[in-house]
Design a protein around this ligand. Structure first.
Ligand SMILES: NC(=O)c1ccc[n+]([C@@H]2O[C@H](COP(=O)([O-])OP(=O)(O)OC[C@H]3O[C@@H](n4cnc5c(N)ncnc54)[C@H](OP(=O)(O)O)[C@@H]3O)[C@@H](O)[C@H]2O)c1
Length: 399
């Protein structure tokens, strides 16, 4: 009898829950817990034809005592954290106290500092080991599948990986002048931060959105993409031994960037509190209220995403170039689970990570990034659960 507690009831949580319920042999019982109970109940009501037993609860995931009480009552084998990165540490604390396994999709970020890195969560390694519980960090698409692709390339096709380019393209159109595909606050903090890439043993910082390339994506075509700092580079630089360069690129339309620039220029993306009519507000949090809820984009979004990794390196002394990627169709995702592809491509891997943990295939006491596990069962599950991958040994390279 496997029980999972899913924390959060947003766009990604909706997909995780649908996918767990499609996999009812593994996920026999789930509890959906979030800040707004009505959202948990709405997701529960949208699930049809599943043997998974579902219950819902209200929880403030910033409060460790509340989380501990909820976990002790439900007694799950795993907590899947698809709330916000701000809650990672409180949820990990509650997992430690209750000796419960943990999976998330984004690394910890303090609310008052636009900085995301693994150090805070890696600091739990020894404590999780001593408690005999597993934490799988960053198990969405990127981070997540991007790291699994790296472990798979390393295991099957390379003796040495020299370079990794992670390319994230979204050619979806939701018809709004400006909207983000996942939580606007987290998304805008990520894009307006300085960029960075890893080269010859160190990270090199760049100005935000200052390095542009054009890439001809399979099934999508030519897109402008920009170099960003992204969290998986931090763990891959350690776990892919000998790698010389890692970069991360994401596509943005000129329209999106113009809106973002204007909002930034007038101070709307700032996380510094300001006084408004005698009350302190954070401009970015106010902007989030004005922007479309990413969970509502599903019925309007058309087009495809393409996310993958290009590797260069060598095997048996011969040079190898390798590209592995997934193409996901927004409308197909909506038909299947009522969400657009960004939530889908994040939620499916989170379910797979939890499934492999519950099956004992990805279970080892401690705190790990996805590339530290055997990629094969994960790659097999991606094909089975809706994110099939394609390979090319002759890809266009990014200069
Ligand atoms: N790795 C990847 O590829 C990837 C890609 C996209 C997103 N992500 C991550 O996925 C996560 C979810 O994203 P999303 O787009 O689903 O966001 P979302 O739609 O904003 O959903 C977040 C959910 O968390 C709940 N929540 C926030 N604070 C809470 C608290 N203190 N206690 C309990 N619940 C709380 C929210 O409650 P309310 O409903 O009350 O607001 C909401 O239901 C984020 O961490 C994001 O960074 C990862």
């Amino acid at each position: 009898m496997s029980k999972a507690l899913i924390i959060g009831a947003g766009g990604v949580a909706g997909v995780v829950i649908h996918k767990c319920c499609q996999n009812d042999e593994v996920f026999e019982e789930i509890l959906i817990a979030s800040r707004t109970l009505s959202k948990c109940d709405a997701i529960k009501a949208s699930i049809k034809n599943s043997k998974t037993k579902i219950s819902t609860a209200k929880v403030d995931a910033d409060n460790v005592d509340e989380l501990v009480a909820l976990i002790n009552k439900f007694k799950p084998e795993v907590v899947i954290n698809v709330a916000l990165p701000y809650q990672d540490l409180t949820i990990m604390d509650a997992c430690l106290i209750t000796k419960t396994n943990y999976v998330d999709t984004a690394n910890y970020e303090p609310k008052d500092l636009a900085k995301f890195e693994y150090s805070w969560q890696w600091a739990y390694r020894e404590k999780f080991k001593a408690a005999g519980i597993t934490a799988i960090l960053g198990c969405g698409f990127d981070p997540g599948v991007s790291g699994v692709y790296c472990a798979f390339a390393q295991k099957h096709y390379f003796d040495n990986i020299d370079t990794i380019d992670i390319l994230d393209a979204n050619a979806g159109d939701h018809g709004y002048p400006f909207a983000t595909n996942f939580n606007p606050e987290i998304n805008i903090r990520e894009i307006t931060a300085k960029g960075s890439y890893y080269e010859n043993g160190k990270f090199i910082e760049t100005d935000p959105i200052s390095i542009k390339r054009v890439y001809n994506f399979p099934q999508i075509g030519n897109k402008d993409m920009y170099l960003l700092h992204h969290e998986e580079m931090e763990s891959l630089a350690i776990n892919i031994k000998g790698v010389k360069r890692i970069r991360f690129f994401m596509t943005f339309s000129q329209n999106y960037l113009t809106h973002l620039k204007v909002l930034e220029n007038v101070g709307m993306t700032s996380i510094k509190p300001i006084l408004f009519e005698g009350k302190e507000i954070v401009p970015l949090q106010f902007l989030k209220v004005l922007l479309p809820d990413p969970a509502s984009l599903g019925p309007r979004t058309k087009g495809k995403t393409n996310i993958g990794c290009i590797f260069t390196g060598s095997k048996n002394g011969k040079p190898v170039n390798y590209y592995v990627y997934n193409v996901c169709d927004h409308e197909e995702c909506y038909k299947e689970v009522g969400s657009q592809a960004i939530s889908y491509t994040t939620g499916v891997p989170a379910m797979i990570g939890a499934m492999l943990l519950l099956k004992g295939l990805w279970k080892k006491p401690g705190v790990y990034n996805v590339e530290e596990f055997d990629p094969d069962p994960f790659m097999e599950a991606l094909n089975k659960f809706g994110l099939p991958w394609n390979e090319s040994f002759n890809p266009d390279l990014v200069d």
